[in-house]
Design a protein around this ligand. Structure first.
Ligand code: ADP
Ligand code: MG
Length: 370
């Protein structure tokens, strides 16, 4: 009889399904923090403060001065696929916000203890609300409290509902933390006029400042704010070429007339002899979205290595193109993008970088032979 029962197809408990799926949306500390920072940016914040305890494993707290959350949205906030940002599927083509799936808070809530403190900008009673959510996304408790306009999201004990993931997370905490800081650097480099700070407390120690950048409006200023002026002075500006030579076009299997000004490049890259030993400072953005474009990164590194074999470049590259040329809905973390006519973009990059590196290299050679 036992055996027969085991063969019956039954629905998995909804709470369990939710937990399993949430583990695929929020995979690491980096994805958790990234989602919360994006929510703050989407809410129009100009100031975002991140407070971590034990590198984020005990507590992650993100406070912003954005729009806040309306009382009518408290119920749906942490429920799956509840979002204020997209209502129709057709909207997908015109998304300008980072979020659109309504999955982040619902997933975070299944994987940790979620508390939200918020006051909406139109709330003139001058009080905020503190809402604690149960793992399933429903409200567990709700009280009034003092709060300026904006939102604070608090996550306690990330991943503790998934014991295996939690153990791995704690084991690799240092590495996870460094990855997360790198992801934050990405936002610091691309967002315009948003002050971002991040601090971390370990043991009984005092909070140590991890990141503190004022909201600057140019990439140049932001690079200096994040990495210092010494880093900037080792870089050259990426000025986009006007023409792609036919041998580069054919290298990418493109016809003679393929070059179109569909993409606009803005960025900085190491001079050929001033790279780094590791490739940990490479930041790519498409239409202001931090991303990990594998092929773009490969071409850039290959061209660099043809000038400087043993070093890796610092790269900060922003590619702008019409929204219909990119699909961001490829992976849950939206860091893999599908770029239309990517080969043309790769050819443009190569044709842009070769003359820049050639010029920089010849100027050292003439300096050193003087
Ligand atoms: P998405 O960002 O895809 O809409 P989330 O789960 O990240 O989904 O957030 C759900 C909703 O909660 C958002 O659509 C937004 O309305 C609200 N929200 C989340 N974080 C904030 C915040 N920091 N400030 C204001 N509203 C927020
Ligand atoms: Mg979101």
């Amino acid at each position: 009889e036992e055996k027969q029962r085991a063969n019956i197809i039954r629905p998995i408990d909804r709470g369990v399904v939710h937990q399993i799926c949430s583990g695929q949306v929020i995979v690491t500390l980096s994805t958790a923090v990234k989602e919360l920072v994006e929510n703050s940016i989407d809410a129009g914040a100009t100031k975002i403060d991140i407070r971590l305890v034990e590198c984020g494993s005990k507590l992650i707290e993100i406070s912003d001065n954005g729009s806040g959350i309306e009382e009518s949205n408290f119920e749906g906030l942490a429920l799956k696929h509840h979002t204020s940002k997209i209502t129709e599927f057709e909207d997908l083509g015109s998304i300008s916000t980072f979020g659109f799936r309504g999955e982040a808070l619902s997933s975070l809530c299944a994987l940790s203890n979620l508390t939200v403190i918020t006051r909406h900008k139109d709330n003139d009673q001058k009080v905020g609300h503190k809402i604690e959510y149960a793992h399933g996304g429903t409200i567990a408790s709700r009280t009034r409290c003092a709060r300026e306009c904006g939102t604070t999201v608090i996550l306690k004990d990330l991943f503790y509902t998934l014991p295996v993931r939690h153990r791995e997370f704690i084991k690799n905490l240092k590495r996870e933390f460094h990855r997360m800081v790198n992801v934050l650097y990405g936002y610091c480099l691309v967002v315009n006029g948003v002050r971002i700070s991040c601090s971390n407390v370990v043991g009984n120690g005092r909070p140590s400042e991890v990141i503190a950048v004022p909201g600057f409006s140019t990439m140049r200023e932001r690079i200096v704010a994040v990495f210092g002026s010494k880093q900037l002075s080792s870089l050259i500006e990426i000025k986009q070429t006007d023409a792609v030579p036919s041998e580069i076009l054919s290298e990418f299997g493109l016809p003679e007339e393929a070059y179109e000004r569909k993409y606009e490049l803005e960025g900085y890259i190491s001079q050929p002899n001033q790279g780094r030993s590791s490739n940990d400072r490479q930041f790519f953005f498409i239409n202001s979205r931090p991303c990990d474009p594998a092929k773009i990164s490969r071409v850039i590194n290959e061209v660099y290595h043809s000038f400087s074999r043993s070093q890796n470049p610092f790269v900060c590259l922003h590619i702008r193109t019409n929204r219909e040329n990119v699909d961001i809905n490829v992976t849950p973390d939206k860091r893999t993008l599908y770029v239309q006519n990517e080969k043309i973009l790769l050819a443009i990059l190569k044709a842009t970088l070769i003359p820049i590196f050639t010029a920089a290299a010849s100027s050292y050679h003439s300096l050193s032979s003087q």
